[in-house]
Design a protein around this ligand. Structure first.
Ligand code: ADP
Length: 425
């Protein structure tokens, strides 16, 4: 029985032990599985985090790339040990901009910076390297071709430092700002023009009111007393004074009309090109002025080898210029001669000149004489507009005006226009 019992117990125990082992093994497997699943989950989470991080870095690279592309930048770095500059990206669109070949040193870059900007940019980069500043933002001109520079703007900063904390690499961006600079220049010019117009308006009002009042007073005064004058000779004198002042007034209005045309910038639109005999025009012009000459101490003459020179240009403008040169010569010459003539220059342009033996013009006024309202002597009659009109008219004819003068000896003013002469002697 015992044996039986023992055997039964043994069998029973043996069977239970097997179950126990199996159960434990099962539990171990379950633990391992759970552990494995947890581990897997953790690994997946880490991987997901890393992937997300990678994606964000990638996203930032794309953003960064897009920004430098949209802003048309070039990005570069300078290795401070070798002082080599390397362009990493270049999205600038203009042609011929500086983009270094491999192995380009900063010294070579400085050589093509405009001489006026070179020291400034060198100092700024030095300040960055030596820690006096954290960021450089500079605008300077770089050579594009032998005689042409373009404007560039750079931003740069230290990107890497060595073990001692000294800058090792500088990174930066370059942008071509030629268009922006051009607009800046245009705006500055527009502002100057507006200020100049404002100044001219004031000068115009004060000059013209004086210049108009003087002949107008003479006209009004003399016409008022004319009915009371019975002597014929005296009446004739008064009439000639009134006439003279009438023409002065007319001339002032002519200057005013012309200057306002120039101000409105439509002087080219009003050109009236026609064929005419330049020799005859100058002859008539000088003769008219000579008829008005009241100074017996000056001879006014026109000299020309040719009797006819057919030109194709604006007759009124040429006449205005020649007449003004002769009138000025008469105003500033008390003794000697005034001679007008025609010649062809070495650059094959027609030169219409008027030379006088008058007071001449001091060197210090030479650059200003063609400016509006400029007069060497403010007490001399005239608004100082005539030569400014002459210059604008000359330019509208594809020509120019200029002069030579020596104080005490005289002056020579001339107009040069393109030579399209047909001679007919
Ligand atoms: P305006 O219209 O008053 O005649 P301009 O513009 O013609 O004035 O001339 C400006 C200034 O240039 C004159 O006020 C004078 O000082 C100088 N100038 C012009 N022509 C001569 C000349 N032939 N000789 C000496 N000075 C001259």
């Amino acid at each position: 029985m015992n044996i039986f019992c023992d055997a039964t117990t043994n069998t029973f125990l043996h069977g239970n032990f097997t179950y126990f082992v199996l159960l434990m093994a099962g539990l171990v497997v379950i633990f391992i599985l759970v552990g494995f699943i947890i581990q897997q989950k953790k690994t997946r989470e880490i991987m997901e985090r890393e992937l997300a991080h990678l994606a964000s870095i990638e996203g930032k690279d794309v953003e960064y790339e897009l920004i430098i592309q949209a802003m048309k930048l070039a990005t570069w770095h300078i290795d401070l040990e070798t002082m080599e500059i390397v362009f990493d990206n270049d999205y600038r669109e203009e042609q011929g901009l500086f983009s270094p070949k491999p192995d380009t040193r900063m010294m070579q870059v400085y050589e093509i910076v405009h001489p006026d900007d070179r020291e400034k940019i060198k100092t700024q980069i030095k300040d960055l390297i030596e820690g006096r500043t954290d960021l450089v933002n500079a605008q300077f001109r770089m050579m594009q071709t032998n005689d042409k520079y373009y404007w560039e703007e750079i931003y740069c900063t230290v990107a890497e430092r060595d073990d001692e904390g000294k800058p090792a690499v500088i990174v930066g961006t370059s942008m071509c700002i030629e268009d922006r600079k051009k607009k800046e220049r245009e705006l500055i010019n527009a502002r100057k023009h507006a200020e100049e117009s404002d100044r001219l308006k004031s000068a115009f009002i004060s000059n013209i009111s004086h210049e108009v009042r003087t002949p107008l007073n003479a006209i009004i005064g003399f016409t008022d007393i004319m009915p009371m004058v019975t002597d014929e000779q005296e009446r004739a004198n008064l009439m000639s004074i009134v006439k003279e002042n009438n023409s002065k007034l007319l001339r002032i209005f002519e200057h005013m009309m012309n200057i306002s045309k120039i101000e409105a910038k439509d002087e080219n639109q009003n050109l009236n090109i026609e064929k005419f005999n330049l020799v005859a025009l100058m002859e008539q012009c000088v003769a008219k002025c000579s008829n008005n000459n009241t100074n017996p101490n000056i001879d006014i003459e026109f000299i020309s080898k040719e009797t006819s020179m057919e030109v194709n240009t604006d007759r009124e403008r040429v006449e205005y210029i020649v007449r003004h040169f002769v009138e000025n010569a008469m105003k500033f010459t008390t003794q000697g001669s005034i001679t007008a003539g025609l010649s062809v220059t070495s650059s094959n342009r027609l030169r219409l000149w008027v030379t006088d033996t008058g007071i001449g013009i001091d060197k210090e006024h030479h650059d200003l004489i063609f400016e509006r309202f400029y007069k060497v002597d403010s007490f001399v009659q005239g608004a100082g507009l005539g030569l400014a009109v002459c210059r604008s008219f000359a330019l509208s004819l594809g020509g120019d005006v200029d002069f030579e003068s020596e104080p005490g000896k005289g002056s020579s003013f001339w107009l040069e226009i393109p030579n399209d002469v047909t001679k007919a002697n």
